[in-house]
Design a protein around this ligand. Structure first.
Ligand SMILES: *Cc1c(COP(=O)(O)O)cnc(C)c1O
Length: 394
């Protein structure tokens, strides 16, 4: 069974996790260099980084604009920072937030906009620059958890704003087991971030061993030769403690969201920094391969191929995604449903809904998206395509 995701973890990373040769400082320096930014500051999770970034920017009781089609933990961090999320519908022909609607939503209370390059498709930096020019007091924060070094017309998205947020769990483009990063070119902001982090996040090297065990177990579990069995166990609910990403009924953070990054995690991160160019290169090749190979069966359902995109996910939009997922699963390919919820429609977020109905484009995405395994090599991609072709012929 081909799993829908698998981190690019080799023996080097496993060794690094177990021997922990690098410090968090080493990882920060390597990551800053990879992203061409003056500073990188490490956190236990991306969401912890965002929480502390909003604090370091002095934002409190303000409105923070973000996409309705994004990971729900982003909205949680905004609420828990003492600010109010303002959700914006998706653009007409893409996965990102509609920047015209975002600009129209700016009020005197707006503190920041979270520009997010969903699925690795770069946010339109030209449109964002116009917006920023007219609203210089609104901080632009890049959410790069899906994009890392994605580029808009050759310009890296992470540098187009006051700071950028990265998530580093094993489902991301690169990983430090768990963890997150904030990058910035602003010296003063970097100092404020470090001060606030050192004040609130405890140093917990003790978690390194458990995290290494988690890395080894998940790398093994996501091996296609045993993943079928693992999935049956997971579907029976026995692994909920490890695979449940968030609780739908609460706006909260994980219990360890203030337990600092361990040296094991930092050491895996250092290895992944050097592997990153290969990871992206491979994803771009597989995305292009899918694009060509699926031109007959999914001509209009395929996502765009775009220079500068990093393809954290390769996402089709189909009429009956549940059925496709089910049929593919019975043929040995796990597909994903990212993102199948509209945050402001979730019961815990209904309080924040504006009076008028909106978010129709996000709901359309929620109802149609299916993501293919993009971590695979060419042979794996062939399998996926042949399974999808079989289904199309039914
Ligand atoms: C994963 C993710 C984050 C943050 O991730 P953490 O799990 O908090 O490390 C932020 N934004 C998006 C879009 C994400 O997918």
């Amino acid at each position: 069974m081909i799993p829908r995701l698998r981190p690019a973890i080799g023996l080097q990373e496993i060794g690094a996790a177990l021997t922990a040769p690098h410090t968090v400082d080493d990882f920060e320096r390597a990551f800053a260099m990879l992203m061409d930014q003056a500073h990188a500051v490490a956190f236990p999770y991306g969401r912890t980084g965002l929480l502390i970034l909003l604090r370091a920017l002095g934002l409190k009781n303000r409105e923070i604009i973000l996409p309705s089609y994004t990971c729900v933990v982003v909205a949680h961090a905004i609420v828990l920072s003492g600010n109010k999320p303002v959700f914006i519908d998706s653009e007409a022909n893409g996965f990102n937030m509609d920047l015209d609607l975002a600009e129209a939503a700016i009020t005197p209370r707006t503190g920041a906009i979270l520009a997010t390059s969903i699925h690795g498709y770069p946010v339109d930096l030209d449109r964002l620059a116009q917006l920023s020019h007219r609203h210089p007091d609104v901080a632009i924060i890049q959410d790069c958890a899906h994009s890392f070094s994605a580029e808009w017309k050759g310009r890296p998205v992470q540098k187009a704003g006051v700071a950028a947020v990265f998530g580093l769990n094993i489902s991301k483009l690169m990983t430090s087991i768990f963890g997150g990063m904030i990058t910035t070119d602003n010296d003063q902001l970097a100092n404020a971030l470090r001060l606030e982090r050192n004040r609130t996040v405890s140093q917990m090297n003790s978690r390194g061993l458990m995290r290494s065990v988690y890395l080894i177990a998940s790398t093994l579990a996501l091996n296609p030769s045993i993943f079928g069995l693992v999935k049956r166990i997971a579907d029976a609910g026995w692994l909920n403690r490890f695979v449940k990403y968030y609780d739908e009924t609460l706006i909260d953070m994980p219990g360890d969201h203030l337990h600092g990054m361990s040296k094991s995690e930092a050491s895996v991160g250092v290895m992944q920094v050097s592997r990153y160019p290969t990871i992206i290169d491979k994803r771009r090749k597989i995305a292009t391969y899918y694009h060509d190979a699926l031109s007959d069966i999914f001509p209009t359902q395929r996502p765009p191929i775009l220079d500068g995109a990093t393809y954290s996910h390769y996402v089709l939009q189909v009429e009956n995604p549940q059925k496709l997922v089910r049929l593919a699963l019975s043929r040995g390919v796990e597909l994903g449903r990212l993102i199948d919820y509209c945050i402001p429609d979730m019961p815990v977020y209904r309080d924040y809904l504006p009076a008028s109905p909106a978010f129709s484009r996000t709901r359309q995405l929620n109802a149609s998206v299916v993501n293919l395994p993009i971590w695979v090599d060419r042979k794996g991609a062939d399998r996926v395509v042949s399974v999808l072709s079989d289904i199309a012929r039914l």
